[in-house]
Design a protein around this ligand. Structure first.
Ligand SMILES: Nc1ncnc2c1ncn2[C@@H]1O[C@H](COP(=O)(O)OP(=O)(O)O)[C@@H](O)[C@H]1O
Ligand SMILES: [Mg+2]
Length: 350
């Protein structure tokens, strides 16, 4: 068991990164800890080195993302919430830079200082501007050390703040007029940004900034078999991290995958407002597993219904009607779905 709730990717996968490094005979780009091929194996898996797959989806997407980071442009991962954009950005930085912590979370309140640098005011007042009084932003540190920096949810930042990145990306330097100097980025520096398509359009980004990034759309998983495999592997991993050992009820996972698949694809006007991403599915199964462990009950469809309620419905009352409709129209007659139907009926068809 680890002593923190969530270790950084480079800590969690330290052994795997060592194995990849030891076996890595290919050329690594300047400033990179691993060759592009080894980075790909870290994310897409390698049986010979006992590296499990971490991103489930198109390997070509991962390859393109790695290639983008070798060039002058940054990498922009866009897609719906819960499609593993943040996960990919963390894994890429852990493998390429050995450090995924130069991270800025974009918000409506993100300031230029947070992207560049600010000052320790006590030192500034007592001694005037100096390197000692400078507080370096994660991007500043990444430039200085030749590492990747990550910006999450970039489209949530006001546009004029986003545009600070334009000169930074084209000049690969950051000037500090107060000191009359500019720091120049070392090889290995680049940016990975993520943007959620549902939050606020990527259109809110200026075209000048868009030109500095290669865009990669991370899709929602379409293949139920892959989603099933992902859920089983990630929930087992989470339980193992928590020091728990539980045999997951695979039939229940199959049922959930099918429900998600139906709700995403076949509901037409009954489409739910809730985000039905793989991330939600993982959380639901994890919740069921915890319920079953700590109340010492076998995993059961009733837990699934309760977890679905808490994870999906949130404040969207209309979605309850849609779930009720789904139960009535689809789930009622499915063989083996009786428990799910009855538990759902009790909660959603009152
Ligand atoms: N294609 C996928 N491969 C692996 N894990 C995935 C995938 N899609 C979703 N997940 C799961 O969803 C979680 C949340 O994803 P996250 O990176 O936070 O999404 P985003 O940043 O796109 O909103 C991941 O940690 C992972 O458990
Ligand atoms: Mg994210």
């Amino acid at each position: 068991m680890t002593a923190v709730i969530r270790a950084h990717a480079e800590q969690r996968y330290q052994d795997q990164l060592h194995r990849l490094k030891a076996a890595d005979t290919a050329l690594a780009p300047p400033g990179w800890a691993l060759s592009p091929g080894a980075v790909r194996r870290f994310i897409c898996g390698d049986t010979a080195l006992d590296i499990p797959r971490k991103y489930y989806g198109e390997d070509a997407l991962v390859e393109r993302a790695i290639v983008s980071l070798m060039g002058n442009n940054g990498l922009m991962l866009v897609g719906e919430p819960g499609t593993a954009k943040s996960m990919l950005s963390e894994l890429l930085s852990a493998a390429i830079s050995g450090n995924s912590q130069y991270l800025i979370q974009g918000t409506a309140g993100t300031t230029e200082e947070q992207l560049k640098y600010s000052w320790n005011f006590a030192l500034l007042l007592s001694g005037g501007p100096s390197l000692e009084a400078l507080l370096k932003s994660p991007i500043y540190q990444a430039m200085e050390q030749g590492k990747l920096a990550r910006i999450e949810e970039i489209t949530r930042c006001p546009q004029e703040i986003q545009d600070v990145l334009i000169s930074l990306m084209s000049e690969k330097s950051l000037s500090i007029p107060e000191l009359g100097i500019a720091i120049q980025a070392k090889p290995g520096f680049n940016l990975i940004a993520t943007a959620n398509l549902l939050d606020r359009g990527v259109n809110d980004m200026s075209s000048a900034l868009k030109r500095r990034f290669n865009f990669e759309t991370v899709p929602v998983l379409k293949d139920p078999a892959l989603e099933r495999q992902l859920i089983l592997s990630q929930v087992s991993q989470r339980l193992a991290d928590e020091g728990q050992d539980l045999k997951l009820d695979e039939a229940l996972v199959d049922l959930l995958v099918q429900v998600f698949h139906d709700l995403r694809n076949n509901m037409g006007s009954q489409a739910m407002e809730a985000t039905l991403s793989t991330a939600e599915a993982v959380n639901i199964v994890h919740g069921c597993a915890l319920h079953s462990l700590y109340w010492q009950q076998p995993m059961h469809a009733a837990q699934l219904v309760q977890q679905m309620h808490g994870t999906l419905i949130k404040d969207k009352a209309d979605d309850v009607k849609k779930l009720a409709h789904y139960l009535d129209a689809v789930a009622r007659d499915r063989p083996g779905w009786q428990d799910f139907f009855l538990a759902g009926k009790a909660l959603w068809m009152r």
